[in-house]
Design a protein around this ligand. Structure first.
Ligand SMILES: [Mn+2]
Length: 299
């Protein structure tokens, strides 16, 4: 499934064009300061558990943050779709905790059941409603799943429901398309991302979500916000607040990492590996505007 690292050539697969500066990489056995993953949706057929298991087998970190919707208990009420890959992912999370990685689990809206255990440590995994992450350069990040912003977004209930249904259909088609692509030896490709990019309603929803998340983090006097929830990986500044979305493992197969040198990277990991975005290519905007008075940043 995974290409031999020595033979792996630079190739770009996202036909929509990955973020500027994207490059292929090979990284067997890479160690990170921290890894953030979310929206795995274990228990559903859309979950790309085999790719995630492969990612977890080949990488390690001091800290692992599971940023919500890891298990899709909502979908499992209707239908449970578990495979060996799903069980392996859970086993690997537990292994990481056992071997000394600090694992923090922040339940999302699809696994909200586990929120009742927030504050506890179970099988070496700290369960929290939200967390703070301090980067190598001492920047402080608020970490949460992101669904708590839904109510503030005041999205109409019916629209949200329709969005959920059509997204579910899209994911099913995505799984089918990629099964066919795999049999034709074509690399993994996200249908949903390319559709979402073409729908202005979705684009404006994503834009509003990002701005709101960054604004809230700024109000809480953080340098940035790390979240998931909307299945749209991102690394961008809103004003001077860094917004980092770790994406998902049902469409995009992405993880957010901070390297041992303090570089933020968004990684794609499927039948090929790719750095989709890097903080090396980001520049914090200059201070301007009245809100800057709120911020404790000295850099
Ligand atoms: Mn969610």
């Amino acid at each position: 499934m995974k290409p031999n690292s020595e033979l792996c050539e630079a190739r770009q697969v996202d036909t929509e064009g990955p973020a500027e500066g994207a490059r292929a990489f090979t990284s067997k056995g890479r160690h990170y300061r921290a890894i953030f993953i979310s929206d795995v949706h274990l228990g559903t057929s859309a979950c790309q558990a085999d790719y995630l298991a492969d990612f977890l087998r080949h990488n390690s970190a001091d800290k692992l943050y599971l940023v919500g919707d890891i298990v899709d208990l909502l979908a499992m009420r209707k239908r449970i779709q578990l495979s060996a890959g799903h069980e392996e992912v859970v086993g690997l999370f537990l292994d990481w905790a056992k071997r000394g990685t600090q694992v923090c689990y922040i339940p999302g809206n699809h696994d909200a059941f586990f929120r009742r255990f927030c504050g506890q440590t179970i099988a070496g995994i700290d369960i929290r409603l939200s967390a703070e992450y301090v980067a190598l350069n001492n920047d402080r990040f608020f970490v949460s799943h992101g669904d708590e912003l839904d109510s503030i977004m005041q999205a109409h209930g019916l629209l949200m429901w329709l969005g959920d249904v059509s997204h579910g259909v899209l994911l099913k088609i995505n799984t089918l398309v990629n099964a066919v692509r795999k049999s034709w030896n074509l690399p993994y490709w996200s249908l949903a991302r390319s559709v979402k990019k073409r729908i202005s309603h979705a684009t404006s929803f994503i834009d509003r979500f990002e701005k709101l998340a960054a604004h809230r983090a700024s109000e809480k006097r953080y340098h940035g916000h790390i979240c998931g929830h909307i299945h749209h990986w991102q690394m961008t500044y809103h004003n001077r607040t860094l917004y980092l979305n770790d994406g998902d493992w049902v469409e995009h197969c992405t993880a957010l990492v901070e390297t041992e040198y303090g570089e933020w990277q968004l990684l794609h990991w499927s039948d090929h590996e790719e750095i989709l975005a890097s903080s090396k290519h980001l520049k914090r905007p200059e201070a301007q505007g009245v809100n800057e008075g709120l911020r404790p940043i000295s850099a």
